[in-house]
Design a protein around this ligand. Structure first.
Ligand SMILES: [Mg+2]
Length: 310
């Protein structure tokens, strides 16, 4: 399920798609394809609305043998909430569509919703709609709507040369958990990720982060994307690694759902937030957009890319 790729496939596809779409001039869609969420500005409102959608598919993101239904429900919503966190937003509601396979009995589906609804209740994100269909394999799509004060959404394209680069938490735990299976201490990191909503709001209100995104596909690929969006390159050192995980898993593993962000060098970033470490890993520089160097050597964007041939 963890595919290795040389980056670029999804980035190029989205670039092509984006070039075919004209957002109406002076319209209310402030940001379209290319960030963690689209941003919509209702007329006369003091808030911008955030929208994100995420697929969770059998045999792509999970297998029926390894994952419990309540874990999958939790994770489906956590992935959407993580995109809201990445923009510094507050979730408002969610919509969930399911494609049920013949092996998904009523009890399985009940437990799946248990996972969704537990996280939805904790994060005050009511489930307000969705769709149901049958398919050969299970799949679901979560849509989360969030909100952020007018013009204050954290985006990927706001980093400036000289900004310092930070990550929250420790990386590689999800890839380690997936590799070792459910008896591993790292399994929870893979199966029940924590959306960093409070941290996202802190980045917006207190640190005035210049750019942010969530780490869904691996630091190497996600930082490459942030650099491309901001038109800059990055030089980093090794990020903090989850105990027992490899450097490879921390750099390329994906699904950690930690936050990657940049801040002006004058900003004092605390070493922890709510017990979660915040670690400075590097600096943004002018140069070839998207290029990332680790300890002075080019770091290939090897994270998870669905559009690369495996
Ligand atoms: Mg994201």
């Amino acid at each position: 399920m963890v595919k290795r790729s040389a980056g670029g496939g999804e980035v190029q596809f989205l670039e092509r798609l984006r070039s075919r779409i004209r957002l109406p001039k002076g319209g209310q869609t402030v940001a379209g394809i290319g960030d963690d969420c689209a941003i919509f500005r209702p007329r006369g409102s003091s808030e911008d609305l955030l929208f994100t959608t995420d697929l969770l598919l059998e045999n792509v993101h999970f297998t029926r043998e390894t994952h419990r239904p309540e874990e999958l429900g939790w994770k489906a919503l956590a992935r959407g909430l993580s995109d809201i966190a990445a923009m510094g937003g507050e979730p408002r509601f969610c919509l969930l569509s399911l494609a049920l396979a013949s092996w998904n009995g009523a009890a399985w589906v009940d437990r799946f919703y248990e996972g969704v609804l537990a996280l939805a209740a904790r994060e005050s994100t009511p489930l307000v709609g969705g769709d149901l269909a049958h398919a050969e394999r299970f799949g679901c799509d979560i849509v989360v709507c969030g909100a952020v004060p007018w013009g204050k959404a954290l985006r990927r394209d706001g980093a400036r040369a000289g900004d310092l680069i930070y990550v929250s938490g420790v990386l590689g735990g999800s890839a380690l958990g997936l590799a070792q299976g459910r008896r591993s201490g790292a399994w929870r990191r893979h199966a029940c990720p924590e959306p960093r909503l409070e941290l996202g709001r802190f980045l917006r209100t207190d640190l005035k982060a210049t750019a942010a995104m969530d780490l869904s596909d691996g630091l190497s690929l996600d930082l490459h994307r942030l650099c491309l969006a901001s038109g800059l390159r990055a030089r980093i050192e090794m990020p903090p690694v989850f105990a027992g995980a490899s450097g490879e898993q921390a750099l390329h593993g994906g699904e950690d759902y930690e936050l990657l962000f940049t801040a002006r060098p004058s900003v004092r970033v605390p070493s922890t937030f709510g017990g979660l470490p915040l670690t400075r890993i590097g600096t943004m520089h002018r140069g070839r957009p998207g290029a990332v160097e680790l300890d002075g050597r080019p770091l290939p964007a090897l994270g998870y890319d669905h559009l690369r041939q495996s």
